[in-house]
Design a binder for this molecule. Structure first.
Ligand SMILES: [Zn+2]
Ligand SMILES: [Zn+2]
Length: 344
């Protein structure tokens, strides 16, 4: 079968290769992949900026149909359509695993970098990490469950946006836009979206198309002034930081209201970030960090997308065959794509 493989360590070194079809081990099902989204982590593996164990098939944002059961499978059947938590190789014994947080187990090695992923035709996967999707859910919608489950984990479970909140999202990439959709579904009275000049071509117009009206380009409008203006000088109840830009991260202290919450999602790529510490103190702000997806986020996300409350599939800009991976990765890096799917 064809697969997009990171063949060795170093920058680049990705090829479409013919690899043997995997066979399901005990407790694993074999899934025929219908679509696999391209994630920021796949791009980071391309550029050698993320841990990985080559040769490894890329991709973890997948959906598909079960075609075979390994020995001992108890909960799923051939023909069922599923999505999968990417928390493979979590140990099951450490403090985090035992308290329900397999997603941040130090032993975890996810598909796409730690073990073979889903930019291919078939994957064998532990049954216990699967979630069924409803019949009416499209493959486009299902492929967006994993990234949306991140937004649900961060914005709903960790930060706790509640109805009536004024929410600011800075960094309108795929996760930022999904976070905005999730905040709106949670009943936010307003979700203001802040972007940079690089976002003018695709990301900010997409935000408008999704129905967000307070869309701010920092090159034209001072976001802090705009948000204070909209909130009668109080500030945002919740600031969702998805940009990873050190300046924007520091500015969360100016955007948030006193005793407001900051949902920290974007990574700064290893660079140090200078923070106005006393400002955070005087704002009495809660800063919530998040990584990956909690178990409770998954079925909730499936329902939110399937019901149309979170139209996550509307951020898909590209659907391409595996052979076209390079063009797709380039488009993402040049900010000409939001969510791209590879269809085997
Ligand atoms: Zn992802
Ligand atoms: Zn563990």
């Amino acid at each position: 079968m064809k697969a997009v493989v990171k063949v060795r360590k170093g920058v680049g070194s990705i090829e479409v290769r013919d690899v043997p079809e995997p066979q399901p081990g005990p407790g694993e099902v074999k899934i025929k992949i219908a679509a696999c989204g391209v994630c920021g982590s796949d791009i980071h593996v391309r550029h050698d900026r993320f841990p990985y164990w080559p040769p490894v098939i890329l991709g973890h944002e997948f959906t598909g149909t079960i075609v075979e059961l390994g020995s001992g499978c108890r909960y799923y059947q051939v023909g069922e359509r599923v999505v999968a938590e990417p928390h493979t190789r979590s140990c099951g014994q450490c403090y985090l695993c035992r308290t329900g947080h397999i997603e941040i187990c130090p032993q975890k090695r996810s598909p796409g970098w730690g073990i073979d992923g889903a930019m291919t035709e078939y994957i064998c996967y532990p049954e216990q990490l699967l979630h069924r999707i409803p019949d009416q859910m499209t493959w486009d919608q299902a492929a967006l469950v994993e990234p949306t489950a991140n937004a649900v984990t961060d914005v709903l479970l960790r930060t706790g946006v509640v109805a009536g909140d004024y929410v600011v999202v800075q960094g309108p990439g795929p996760i930022g836009l999904l976070a905005a959709l999730v905040a709106r579904a949670a009943g936010a009275r307003e979700v203001a979206i802040i972007g940079a000049p690089g976002d003018v071509e695709l990301r900010l117009p997409t935000a408008r198309k999704l129905g967000f009206t307070q869309v701010i380009n920092i090159a034209e409008t001072d976001p802090v002034e705009a948000v204070l203006d909209q909130t009668r000088g109080i500030g945002a109840d919740v600031v969702v930081e998805c940009s990873g830009s050190p300046k924007a991260i520091a500015a969360t202290a100016d955007l948030v209201r006193k005793r407001g919450k900051i949902c920290a999602i974007g990574l700064a790529g290893g660079q140090p970030v200078e923070l106005p510490w006393d400002k955070f103190a005087f704002k009495v702000a809660d800063v919530r960090f998040s990584l990956s997806t909690e178990y409770q986020a998954w079925d909730r996300t499936i329902h939110l997308i399937a019901s149309g409350l979170v139209p996550a599939e509307r951020i898909i800009t590209h659907r391409e065959p595996l052979d076209r991976w390079e063009r797709v990765f380039d488009e993402i890096e040049n900010l000409r794509a939001l969510k791209a799917l590879l269809i085997p």
